[in-house]
Design a protein around this ligand. Structure first.
Ligand SMILES: *Cc1c(COP(=O)(O)O)cnc(C)c1O
Length: 363
């Protein structure tokens, strides 16, 4: 069986380091906001080429706190892609703001900059972009629009640690980058964890306060805050994993290269362009008979996933909020299939997926 994901195998090489870290953490007697959080924040800020990083409890919280920091009037509009993981949209709703969906480009699967301006109104306050699957958005066009209309920019980089556009790294373009370290992400912790990056001293002070009850000084609360601190032990684990993140990314890119070169053109593959350095959190293809393809692969002992089966505007929780149609997003949700591309997969695993898939087109 070729599994889609196996976190035991992903983390196996680090077990000894994790055990040593846990042992010293346990004995330290200091479990919240200590040296390991501070160290990881510095390391990750450096990795993202930003002035600051603030560790928080999850990727969703990173988005929620980032949007909260601007203190927008309730009901203000935030532009967001129509094809994203639900967390991106929940972060807007949880702040009492209104998500305004913009269709993606069918080649990159990321928000189409040419369709943003027509959605801007006098209530629009921010653009929340998502670097989906590990490909950075077209950030120069997006930043131009944001500057022209004086909009804030938040990057949902939960799937794109280390991805680049024109040599600039995700999390360093906008006012904020929001990262998830959910265990399956390219930089995954051993539980929930997230972080916010920013170049602004003022904004970092606000989110640092928001994550800790709105308090900068113990027992003095200046803001209506949250309890959303990055766990000290998760920060310790993350520093260990950050050391091999480029190795993880390189491995995933080498597997992606095999798919890109060897898979039949009957499958629509992700766009490759020299402007992008992709990190392939997910490697997807599209095919009109996606469900049949998924079953066929499973019959051949290959597990795949669908990211995502239901478009956000069709989700029961929020479908009443949107009245327009989003055909490109629906086309993607109906035809996309995510192939095995984890750190533990070998080139042989991927070749077997390729050979099996290439037989699908003749059967
Ligand atoms: C995983 C993910 C999130 C949420 O991260 P959590 O750590 O699970 O809260 C947000 N946005 C995108 C695009 C994601 O993939």
């Amino acid at each position: 069986m070729i599994e889609y994901e196996n976190l035991n195998k992903v983390n196996a090489a680090l077990f000894e380091k994790y055990e040593d870290k846990f042992s010293s953490f346990l004995k330290s007697g200091w479990y919240i906001l200590g040296n390991d959080v501070r160290t990881f924040e510095n390391e990750f800020a450096q990795y993202c080429n930003t002035n600051h990083c603030v560790g928080v409890a999850s990727g969703l919280d990173a988005l929620v706190l980032a949007l909260n920091a601007f203190d927008f009037e309730k009901g203000s509009e935030v532009i967001v892609p129509s094809n994203t993981y639900i967390a991106t949209i929940l972060a807007i709703l949880n702040n009492g703001l209104k998500p305004v969906l913009v269709e993606p480009n069918i080649g990159t699967y990321n928000i189409d900059p040419t369709k943003i301006e027509e959605k801007i109104t006098n209530k629009t306050k921010a653009i929340l972009v998502v670097h989906l699957y590990g490909k950075c958005c077209e950030m120069d066009a997006i930043m131009d629009i944001a500057n022209q209309y004086k909009l804030k920019v938040v990057e949902d980089a939960a799937q794109a640690h280390g991805a680049k556009y024109k040599n600039k790294i995700t999390g360093s373009f906008g006012d904020f980058g929001a990262f998830s370290f959910y265990p399956t992400k390219n930089l995954g912790a051993l539980g929930d964890a997230g972080a916010i990056t920013t170049n602004s001293e003022e904004l970092q002070t606000i989110v640092r306060s928001l994550r800790n009850y709105g308090s900068e000084k113990k027992y003095y609360n200046d803001r209506i805050g949250f309890n959303s601190r990055l766990d000290e032990i998760q920060a310790g684990f993350l520093s260990i994993k950050l050391n091999i993140l480029n190795q993880i990314t390189d491995h995933k890119r080498s597997l992606a290269k095999i798919y890109l070169e060897e898979l039949s053109d009957a499958f629509i593959k992700p766009v490759v362009d020299e402007n992008y350095l992709d990190v392939y959190h997910i490697f997807n293809v599209r095919h009109q008979k996606r469900d049949q393809l998924k079953s066929y692969l499973l019959e051949n002992d290959i597990k795949t996933e669908i990211h995502y089966p239901v478009a956000p505007h069709h989700q029961k929780a929020i479908k009443g909020l949107f009245d327009a149609n989003y055909p490109i997003s629906e086309e993607i949700h109906n035809t996309t299939l995510s192939l095995p591309i984890s750190y533990f997969h070998s080139k042989e695993d991927v070749m077997r997926v390729v050979e099996t898939m290439n037989k699908f087109i003749t059967c």
